[in-house]
Design a protein. Structure first.
Length: 110
């Protein structure tokens, strides 16, 4: 089943986020390789328009405003398993996230 994992950043998390990003992404990429990631990404603090053609060329180039959190929609066998995985995320254990919420997710569209 799909689960949404919502991480909320502590204030001024950008330096720590940059430091822990490789370990954070490695765990998500492991799930992605076996088709268990529907979507994953950060919530930028700033709203900015997409580049021409709809692409986000700033994806890996955060402004100094940083991020307010992240959302992942991932596949696990149970809420308990999803929660255990989320609780091991380097962003949580390393202090980027102040809080993580895990909830069942039902994909309707597209």
């Amino acid at each position: 089943m799909w689960y949404s994992i919502i991480g909320e950043d502590v204030p001024d998390s950008l330096p720590l986020r940059k430091e822990l990003r490789p370990a954070h992404l490695e765990r998500i990429e492991e799930l992605s390789k076996v088709g268990r990631v529907l979507a994953a990404g950060p919530n930028p603090v700033e709203d900015f328009p997409l580049a021409e053609g709809g692409s986000n060329q700033r994806l890996n180039q955060p402004t100094e405003a940083g991020f307010s959190g992240s959302i992942m929609i991932v596949d696990f066998d149970s809420l308990e398993e999803a929660t255990r995985w989320a609780n091991g995320d380097p962003y949580l254990t390393g202090g980027v996230f102040s809080k993580v919420t895990v909830k069942p997710f039902m994909k309707v569209l597209p």
